[in-house]
Ligand binder design. Structure first.
Ligand code: KIV
Ligand code: ZN
Length: 499
C-alpha cells in the first residue's frame, strides 16, 4: 500500500460560491451524506460567519456526519472564529479553517496591512482557535502570488501556534504545473516546520490547470488535496475531485498514491449535485460528462469491441456508471420509488419521501417513462421549500400570436390569496409581472432560463430564475411538464429564498 492522500471537499463552501449553485440547509445535508459515502476525508461545510443560513447548515452537517472531518471556514478575526467553533463543535472530528491573504497585492489593497501585521494576526488567531478546536488549518490566500520566503515565515509561525494543516491555494488560478511544483519545493526548503505538518493545496481553474496543478503538488509532497465535485467553484471553479482522483487511480505507476475515495460513488455524487443545483456538466466533461465513455466513430467502436483497452483507459464501472437504468412508470410502487431515490444518493425523511412520491405519481400519469433525471428534478423541488411563505394557488394565461397576452396569477401568501393581473408580449413575461403585482418587494428579474430535463415532447421543463433584491442575488428553480408553470414555480421559489 502506498502513501495515503486526503481529499478535502469544498463543494459546500467554495463550490456553493459558484453562480447558480447555492443550496439550502436540507440540500447541503443530503449532499454532505453522499460525500461521506464517497469517502472524502474532510467536508468543508461552509463559512459560518457569512450568514445565519450558513451557520445553521454547518451546524446540522457537523452534528450528522460521523466518518469525515467537518471543516468550517473563518477569516483571521475572533468573531469569525467564535462563530465557526459554535457551528462545528458538535462534530465527531471538527476543524476550523482560517484564511488570511499573503500576497503583496492583497495585503496592500485588500487588507491594508503591512506584512509584519499579517504574520502577527495569523499567529494570534491560530493560537486563539487552537485553544478550543483540536484541528486548525491555515490557508495563505493568494499564496501563488506571494513571496516564498514570506510564506515560509508565516507558516512556521502558525505551525508553532498550533496549525496542523497548511494550505497553499492558487486562489486566482495563476500557477503553471512545473512552476507550482518548484514553488512548493522552495517553501519546503525555506521553512523549518512545514514538513512536520500536512501540506495541502487548493487550486482554481482560471487557466484550465486546476487538476494539473493539484497533481504537480502531489509530486511536490502535498498530502491533502482540496477539490469540488464537478469542479464547481468561484469563477472558473476549483480542481474537480473526480478528475484528480481518477488521474491518481489510473496513473498509479507515476504517483504510487492511495486514497479513501470509493470511486464507484463518483457518478452518483456528480448526478446528485447536478440534480440539487440544476447545473449540469457539459457532455464532454472528463469522467462524469455524458460522453466521457461514449465512442462515436466507427473505428473507435470497432476497437473497443475487439479490446476495450484500445480506447478506454478506465472502465465506466470504476466510476459507478452502470448500463442498467431502471426506468419507473405509473405502475411503479412506493417501494421501487424509495429504492430508486436511495440509489441516487437522496436520503429523505418519511415526509419528504411521501411528498416526492405524490409528485412522481402525478408525473408518471403524464409521462410514459420516468428517468433518473426526471426524479432528480422533482426531488430538487421536493427538498427545496421549507415552510414556504409564497405558494402558487392557480394561474390562467391567455396567449396567441394575434392578441396581447394576459396573465392572472393567484398566490397564497401567509395563508391568504392574492391575485395579480398583467398584460405583456409573451406568456412568461405576463406571468412574471402578474406575480410581481402580488408582492410588496422591489425585486428585479436578472436572469431566466428554461431547459428540458430529458428528450421527447412530454419532457419535464426545468426553469431557473435569478432575482436581485437589496443588492443580493437569489436563485429559484421550478419543474413541471407545463413550461409556464415551471417558470412561475421558479420565480416563486426565488422569492421564498429571499424570505
Ligand atoms: O481560493 C482560496 O484561496 C480559498 C481560501 C479560502 C482557501 O478559497
Ligand atoms: Zn478557493
Amino acid at each position: 500500500m502506498g502513501k495515503i492522500i486526503s481529499f478535502f471537499d469544498t463543494t459546500l463552501r467554495d463550490g456553493e460560491q459558484s453562480p447558480g449553485c447555492s443550496m439550502n440547509k436540507r440540500e447541503k445535508l443530503i449532499l454532505a451524506k453522499q460525500l461521506e459515502r464517497l469517502g472524502v476525508d474532510v467536508i468543508e461545510a461552509g463559512f459560518a460567519a457569512a450568514s445565519d443560513g450558513d451557520f445553521e447548515s454547518v451546524q446540522v452537517i457537523a452534528n450528522e456526519i460521523k466518518n469525515s472531518t467537518v471543516a468550517v471556514l473563518a477569516r483571521a478575526v475572533k468573531g469569525d472564529i467564535d462563530r465557526a467553533w459554535e457551528a462545528v463543535k458538535g462534530a465527531a472530528k471538527p476543524r476550523i479553517h482560517i484564511f488570511l491573504a499573503t500576497s503583496p497585492i492583497h495585503m496592500e489593497y485588500k487588507l491594508k496591512k503591512k506584512p509584519d501585521e499579517v504574520v502577527q494576526m495569523a499567529e494570534e488567531m491560530v493560537k486563539y482557535a487552537a485553544n478550543f478546536c483540536p484541528e486548525i488549518e491555515f490557508s495563505a490566500e493568494d499564496a501563488t502570488r506571494s513571496e516564498p520566503g514570506f510564506l515560509a515565515e508565516i507558516f512556521d509561525r502558525v505551525i508553532t501556534a498550533g496549525a496542523k494543516i497548511i494550505n497553499i491555494p492558487d486562489t486566482v488560478g495563476y500557477a503553471m504545473p512545473n512552476e507550482f511544483y518548484d514553488f512548493i519545493m522552495e517553501i519546503r526548503g525555506k521553512s523549518r516546520y512545514l514538513d512536520t505538518v500536512q501540506i495541502s493545496v487548493h487550486c482554481h481553474d482560471d487557466l484550465g490547470l486546476a487538476a494539473a496543478n493539484t497533481l504537480a503538488a502531489v509530486r511536490a509532497g502535498a498530502t491533502q488535496l482540496e477539490c469540488t465535485i464537478n469542479g464547481i467553484g468561484e469563477r472558473a471553479g476549483n480542481a474537480a475531485l473526480e478528475e484528480v482522483v481518477m488521474a491518481l487511480d489510473v496513473r498509479r505507476d507515476i504517483y504510487g498514491i492511495d486514497f479513501n475515495i470509493n470511486t464507484k460513488e463518483i457518478v452518483k455524487t456528480s448526478n446528485l449535485l447536478s440534480g440539487i443545483t440544476g447545473v449540469h456538466v457539459q457532455p464532454n466533461k472528463a469522467i462524469v460528462g455524458a460522453n466521457a465513455f461514449a465512442h462515436e466513430s466507427g473505428i473507435h467502436q470497432h476497437g473497443v469491441l475487439a479490446k476495450r483497452e484500445t480506447y478506454e483507459i478506465m472502465t465506466p464501472e470504476s466510476v459507478g456508471l452502470t448500463a442498467s437504468k431502471l426506468v419507473l412508470g405509473k405502475h411503479s410502487g412506493r417501494h421501487a420509488f424509495k429504492d430508486k431515490v436511495e440509489s441516487m444518493g437522496y436520503d429523505l425523511t418519511e415526509e419528504e419521501l411521501n411528498e416526492a412520491f405524490e409528485k412522481f405519481k402525478a408525473l408518471a400519469d403524464q409521462k410514459r417513462e420516468v428517468f433518473d433525471r426526471d426524479i432528480g428534478a422533482i426531488l430538487t423541488k421536493g427538498i427545496a421549500g421549507e415552510d414556504a411563505r409564497y405558494k402558487l394557488n392557480r394561474f390562467v394565461i391567455n396567449a396567441g400570436n394575434t392578441i396581447t397576452t394576459t396573465a392572472s396569477v393567484v398566490l397564497n401568501i401567509d395563508g391568504e390569496d392574492k391575485e395579480g393581473i398583467s398584460f405583456a408580449s409573451g406568456p412568461i413575461d405576463a406571468a412574471f409581472s402578474a406575480i410581481e403585482k402580488c408582492l410588496d418587494k422591489d425585486i428585479l428579474l436578472e436572469d431566466f432560463s428554461l431547459q428540458s430535463v430529458t428528450e421527447g415532447t412530454d419532457a419535464l421543463g426545468f426553469a431557473t430564475v435569478k432575482l436581485r433584491y437589496k443588492g443580493n442575488h437569489y436563485l429559484g428553480r421550478g419543474v413541471s411538464i407545463d413550461v409556464i408553470e415551471a417558470s412561475i414555480n421558479a420565480y416563486i421559489d426565488a422569492v421564498n429564498r429571499i424570505c
